[in-house]
Design a protein around this ligand. Structure first.
Ligand code: VGL
Ligand code: ZN
Length: 246
């Protein structure tokens, strides 16, 4: 028999809010996700739930010369959303490994207004901000690992300011709830890497929006195969978050 819910041992939940930043939101974001701002009330409601042992927000936080910016590459292969460039693994022992990297409009440049959290988010309740994508030559959608899956802080130190897996482990977290932008990129990769890091991973469907909304069914299948549970805001597991941590 499959064990469910409270039969599965301790429940120590954390909230990860992904990339609720001006550049991912209408009306002014350079990489605005359709309806991106509309998920804010749900996210603020989650932030107010007493059950989380920690509430973490991630920020895409790129240098101006980031490899994913279309304008940093010569034409004709520099069309945002469409073009791909070759990216090299930054790990010293894996330098020959490469991956295609999709190009984007310039977005979330560290220290600019586009990289700021949108002000509607109740930032006072956030315990920790994770800034990722800081290495100019590597993409980092997931808050846990760079695009090559590098987890070793010795390798990712240039990409991210916090080792999120060790932060969660130190707090005894068992379950990670993921919301934010964008469902088909950073939210997907963060939720999948949470599974790889050994946590149960729950993605609340009403708490995300996609760059390509029509891709969501395919993304949900990828998430399911990877072991992420895509759930609804009204589900029983979410109601458990109303119970304060002991
Ligand atoms: C994201 C594209 C490029 C995201 C970040 O937050 O989903 N998407 N950089
Ligand atoms: Zn980015």
């Amino acid at each position: 028999m499959e064990f469910k819910g409270s039969d599965r041992g301790p429940f120590v939940p954390a909230l990860i809010i992904v990339d609720m930043q001006e550049d991912f939101c209408p009306p002014n974001g350079s990489l605005a996700v359709q309806d991106g701002r509309t998920i804010t009330p749900l996210i603020n409601d989650l932030l107010s739930q007493p059950g989380f042992v920690t509430r973490i927000a991630t920020q895409d936080y790129h240098p101006a010369d980031h490899i994913s910016f279309a304008s940093n590459h010569p034409p004709p292969n520099n069309r945002p959303f469409e073009s791909f460039v070759e990216m090299k693994n930054p790990a010293p022992d894996k330098k020959t490994e490469t991956k295609p990297q999709q190009l984007w409009p310039v977005h979330c440049v560290a220290g600019t207004p586009g990289a700021e959290m949108i002000p509607e988010i109740d930032a006072g309740r956030i315990d920790l901000f994770v800034q990722k994508g800081k290495h100019s030559q590597v993409e980092m959608y997931s808050a846990f690992a760079d695009a090559f899956g590098n987890l070793d802080p010795a390798v990712t130190a240039q990409s991210v300011n916090v080792d999120i897996a060790s932060v969660l482990e130190k707090k005894g977290v068992t379950d990670v709830f993921v919301v934010g932008l964008a469902g088909d990129y950073c939210v997907k990769c963060t939720a999948i890497d949470a599974v790889k890091a050994g946590f149960r991973s729950w993605l609340i469907e009403e708490g995300t929006k996609c760059v390509v909304p029509a891709s969501w069914d395919k993304v949900k299948e990828e998430l399911r195969v990877a072991g992420v549970s895509v759930i609804h805001a009204g589900d029983a597991i979410v109601k458990k978050l109303a119970v304060a941590v002991a």
